[in-house]
Structures are given as C-alpha cells and as structure tokens.
Design a protein around this ligand. Structure first.
Ligand SMILES: C[S@@+](CC[C@H](N)C(=O)[O-])C[C@H]1O[C@@H](n2cnc3c(N)ncnc32)[C@H](O)[C@@H]1O
Length: 457
C-alpha cells in the first residue's frame, strides 16, 4: 500500500532531523525521478506542436530509437529535460512559473543519486537537506499534491515485496498506459479484436429495444476503442471515463464540435463513476445509461466488484454491462521446445506491479458477485494459423514483447536485487527466442479473449 506523499515527506523530514541522511536522500531522489517521469507523461500532450516535436525528437535521439522515457536512466531523463527545453515548454504551455526549480543543479543531483543508489557513498547532512529542498521545490512547482498523483499509473516508488499472488481485490496495478509502445500495443490489440467486439455488442444489446443507446466506456484511454466500437447510429451518446488526464485530453482533442462522444478524466474507484455519469446525463438531458462497456480495465482496479455494483445503480431498467478481458492461462504454443511461453508467463506473474494477467476467467464470477444474475459469456480465439510472418510478428508484439518492461522498470529502482536482474536477463533471452519461433510457419500459438455481459432485468 502506498503511503501518502505527505506522510513520506514527514518521514523524510523526521529522519533528517534525527541525524539519518543516506536513506532519506535516496528516497528524495526516487521521488524526484518519479515526478520527472510523471510530469513528462502527463504534460507532453499539453505542449505546443513545435515544442512537442522537439521533445519527442530529443527522446528518440537520447534513446537511440529503441529506449523510451521509461527505460531512461536518471541521467538520460535530465538530458531529455535539458536538451529539449522541456521545462520552458511546459511553463509556456501551462502558464506556470518555473520558480526555484531552475536553481537546482541537475547534474550534481544525478551524480549524487547514482552514488547513493549504487552504495558508493553515504549522504552528508548538507546533501540530504539540499535534496529535500529539491523535492519540495519540484512538488510545489509542478503542483504534485499527493503520492497517488505521482504514482497513479506508475510503479510504486518503493516497489512492494515480490509476490506471486495477483488478487483481483487489493492493490491497483502499476499500469503505464501513455507510454508510446504501450499505446501502440493497445491499438494493435484493439484492431485485432474489433470484429469480436462488434459481435459481442450485438449479442449484448439484442434485447435493448429500438431507440439509440446511451453508452459509458470505463477505462476509455485515448478513446481509440470507444470511437471505433460506438461509431454506429445505434449509439446516440457515448461517455468515456479514464483516470489518465493526458489520454483523456488526446481522446477529446480529435472530436468535432457537437460530437456524440465525451471523454472525462475521473477515478472510477473514487466515486468518479457516479459523478461523471450524473454530470453527463444532466448536460445531455438524458435519464439513464443503457450500456456500460469496459475492455481490459477492470483488472487494474483494486476492487472491481465494488465498481460493478455501482454500475448496477447507474444503469437503467433494461441496461446491460459488457466486459472484455484477457487471460495468460489461455496462451498455448507448439512446438515450444524450451517451454518459453509458460516460463515467460511465469516470470510475468511473479513480477510485482503487473496487473492481474488472469482476469479473463474471473469476469463471470465478478458480475455474479456484484449482484448480476442473467450473465452470458463469449470467447474469441486468436491464433497463428494461416497468418503471414508479419501478422505473426505483430501477435508476438501484442502478447509478449512488452513483458520485460515491467521488470526493467523495477530493476532500475532496485539495483541491488540480484534475483530480479537474473529474472530480467532470462526474460529477455526467452523473449528473443520466442520472437524467432513466431516467425516460423510451423510454429503454432493461440490465445483467447474472454467477455461476459449481464442485464439488469
Ligand atoms: C489496458 S487500458 C485499456 C484501454 C481500452 N479500454 C482498450 O481496450 O484499449 C486500461 C485503462 O484503464 C484506465 N484505468 C485504470 N484504472 C483506472 C481507474 N481507477 N479509474 C479510471 N480509469 C482507470 C487506465 O488509465 C487505462 O487507460
């Protein structure tokens, strides 16, 4: 469980006061680093066109075309900020002043951070106090008020102990939806599964009456899935809700005036569902929601059943809820001589900060436990049979390529974790082998998408 930012700041202050300097200094550098990454993710979409291009080009330059922000070291992160003039662009775009932050010696901070994290030196009182001031200045300048705001979609600053248990009720996942590769992966997945979604929605709404439907999409990200699935005239008003402000900004950016789509930024777990829907209905002079759709999102919540219960109360009498998920247990391959698929999945499931990868099997029961009774399920099998090498390669990208990323992020935060470093190396090696396997025409791979839908009456 994450502590609040306030309590962590208090703790750091108390530690410094008591004469402990190294550990609070390390903690300060972790907060600074996470704030920098988060500010970048959240603000890139707000920058003016030319500034945004400059920042993107600098990111590509620093990452050599292969690494992106999340793989950057602190030194690279600082280089990105400096070389692209990111802070100045941010200040211009948001109208916020940079204040004390311009006085921070970023190079010295990176040097100190590296020495501390690699155990090369102990921090002095002066260094601890200086870093603590940097943290305060950064949080104040960027308006970061809570640790949840910093970590909502990022790995916990202090990663939780390694756990093999991925409970559907418990901690929310450390999901990073606005990294460019992750967004591309989601779009790819969305295109592959579109025919299934269309069939699923047709089955779920076959008894919904003749009038056009009012729809809410939970976890709508940048609106890609929402806009493609609900483009038809059978849907009159469509509200997408997501907690990621940058994605919501992107979803709204491409809308024409008078569009039937609205995207709002809200946390579904924080009463956000009810408030967003109430406002949306009132603004559009509507009375109730006919269809709630949610794809690949429920498993990111700490308590999906609670949200589904709330859905029952916002749906109209003939309302229907439609859920789609995925499940690592459905992934099989042959011949897989090194057992790469099973081992890669095992390594993923054992890695903390990963969302519940076994969510597909739970959808039916989650609906049942939330009080729905008339529940149907549908499944979609995607496999390599008859696919071109390029299509098979894309399938690998979609289902596996990203799996080292979570571990790599953790490894960066835990440089002394030898087991994690070993697991990461094994993961990368197996992913390389599996990518080759996918290219072979004789290799077979298959996986399933799971969906469940339920009516109120
Ligand atoms: C894997 S993406 C799925 C996006 C889209 N539905 C799709 O199928 O491509 C999950 C989305 O859920 C959002 N999300 C996760 N937890 C949330 C919460 N508590 N409240 C609102 N949105 C949340 C994330 O920001 C992210 O955009």
């Amino acid at each position: 469980m994450n502590q609040t930012l306030e309590s962590r700041i208090d703790f750091i202050r108390a530690q410094i006061k008591s004469g402990e300097y190294t550990s609070p200094s390390r903690e300060c550098t972790v907060i600074i680093e996470t704030s920098f990454r988060e500010l970048y993710r959240r603000s890139i979409g707000l920058l003016t066109g030319p500034d945004r291009i400059k920042v993107n080009q600098t990111e590509i330059q620093i990452g050599g075309g292969t690494k992106t922000l999340d793989d950057f070291t602190m030194g690279q992160l600082v280089a990105l900020y400096r070389n692209s003039g990111f802070l100045k662009s941010w200040s211009t775009a948001t109208g916020n002043e940079l204040r004390g932050i311009t006085m921070i010696n970023l190079d010295e901070m990176v040097r100190l951070r590296n020495s501390l994290h690699h155990g090369l030196q102990e921090a002095t009182r002066n260094e601890a106090e200086l870093l603590f001031q940097c943290v305060q200045s950064i949080l104040e300048t960027f308006g970061i008020l809570s640790l949840e705001a910093v970590t909502a979609d990022a790995p916990p600053l202090v990663p939780p102990a390694k756990s093999r248990e991925k409970s559907s009720v418990g901690e929310a996942s450390a999901y990073l939806p606005n990294r460019a590769p992750e967004v591309n992966r989601l779009h790819l997945q969305a295109r592959n599964i579109e025919p299934f979604d269309i069939a699923l929605l047709a089955a779920a709404t076959k008894d919904s009456g003749s009038g056009p439907l009012v729809v809410v999409d939970l976890g709508s990200a940048d609106g890609y899935v929402t806009k493609s699935r609900f483009a038809a005239d059978t849907y009159s008003h469509v509200l997408g809700i997501d907690r990621n402000p940058q994605m919501v900004h992107e979803a709204n950016a491409s809308l024409q005036p008078g569009s039937k789509f609205t995207f709002v930024h809200a946390d579904l777990e924080d009463g956000g569902l009810e408030t967003a829907i109430e406002t949306f209905l009132a603004e559009n002079n509507l009375h109730s929601v006919d269809l709630i759709f949610s794809a690949l999102t429920l498993h990111h919540l700490a308590n999906p059943i609670k949200l589904l219960r709330a859905c029952r109360y916002v749906l109209g009498d003939a309302g229907v809820v439609v859920l789609r998920g995925s499940d690592d247990g459905s992934k099989i391959a042959w011949p897989d001589l090194e057992n790469n698929v099973a081992r890669i999945i095992e390594l993923t499931l054992g890695s903390s900060g990963v969302s519940d990868r076994l969510n597909g099997r739970k959808l039916y029961t989650q609906l049942y436990r939330a009080g729905f009774r008339s529940i149907d399920t549908m499944h979609d099998v995607q496999d390599t049979a008859g696919r071109s090498p390029r299509e098979r390669g894309l399938m690998f990208q979609d289902s596996f390529a990203y799996r080292a990323d979570y571990m790599a992020r953790r490894a960066e935060n835990e440089p002394g974790n030898v087991q994690l470093a070993r697991d990461l190396a094994e993961m990368r090696e197996r992913l390389d082998e599996l990518e080759f396997d996918f290219e072979a025409e004789s290799f077979y791979y298959s996986e399933m998408a799971y969906a469940a839908f339920a009516r109120i009456s």
